[in-house]
Ligand binder design. Structure first.
Ligand code: HEM
Ligand code: HEM
Length: 209
């Protein structure tokens, strides 16, 4: 029985890798490699959208989406829906912010240019908007630094202070909190998910080569 199925865990650690290297490659001005890391990050988000509808219980969006009222009630200390055990309302807000921000970053990146040596692969389709996309791209990367910082601080707070082993849970998928709803994903579903995940990584690479 798993909290996070195998595909969700692979997705998470690959996302950590590709987002980190998107940032590093941009900062060392290797925009050629940057477009690969960024486009694969977009591919991972496409996989995650698929898995948000067809994945295991805690991966499915409707099982961890909270409306503004639920978030507000949570902040006021009221009990939350006990069917949504994967993320609390603030965790859920940060997860959806990640999906949206990475989508904005990678799509704007495809249409961005450094105005010297490198044009994003889709710049020629909307050349009159390159300047706007580049502005959006350069501005939104600050938000991802902010989100990553909050995310890591929150995870370490739960891990070290509240002694809830969230990191171990994201590594081996096994529940440490017995209130949490778990599900045994069927082998065929895992294989389907893995095939979609790999395709979402390979297709951007093929399109860029
Ligand atoms: C889809 C693929 C992507 C492409 C083609 C792309 C393209 C670009 C380009 C052309 C620049 C240079 C802009 C300039 O010189 O003003 C840039 C900068 C940058 N990109 Fe991307 N990008 C992509 C995805 C991402 C993603 C997913 C991130 C996530 C963190 C990211 C983070 C950055 C950062 C941090 C910079 C440097 C900004 C700065 O120092 O002001 N990019 N990108
Ligand atoms: C670039 C850096 C990172 C990004 C973009 C990122 C992104 C995410 C996303 C999107 C989720 C939600 C997973 C889902 O789709 O359901 C998540 C969950 C999680 N992440 Fe990260 N993450 C990053 C770094 C890290 C690091 C460094 C750690 C651990 C040291 C970590 C530990 C976790 C854990 C434990 C969860 C599950 C949270 C929970 O149980 O509520 N993440 N992360």
């Amino acid at each position: 029985m798993y909290v996070w199925d195998i595909n969700l865990r692979i997705f998470h650690w690959l996302l950590v890798f590709f987002i980190t290297f998107s940032i590093i490659s941009a900062k060392i001005d290797n925009l050629f490699l940057h477009q690969y890391f960024g486009s694969i990050s977009l591919g991972l988000i496409i996989f995650r959208i698929f898995w948000g509808f067809f994945g295991s219980y805690n991966a499915i969006f409707k099982n961890f989406f909270y409306g503004p009222k639920e978030i507000f009630n949570y902040l006021k200390g009221k009990k939350v829906n006990n069917k949504k055990t994967g993320h609390n309302p603030l965790g859920s807000l940060s997860v959806f912010s990640f999906y949206i921000l990475i989508t904005v970053l990678s799509i704007s990146g495809l249409f961005s240019s450094d105005d010297i040596l490198f044009d994003g692969p889709l710049v020629s389709y909307l050349p009159e908007y390159t300047i706007h996309f580049t502005k959006i791209h350069n501005l939104s990367h600050y938000f991802i630094y902010f989100l990553i910082t909050i995310h890591i601080l929150a995870i370490f707070y739960y891990q070290l202070i509240k002694k809830q082993k969230l990191i171990n849970q994201m590594i081996d998928g096994r529940p440490r909190n017995y209130q949490i709803i778990v599900e045994e994903t069927k082998f065929n579903k895992n294989v389907l998910g893995f095939t979609v995940l790999i395709s979402c990584i390979i297709i951007p690479i093929i399109l860029l080569v």
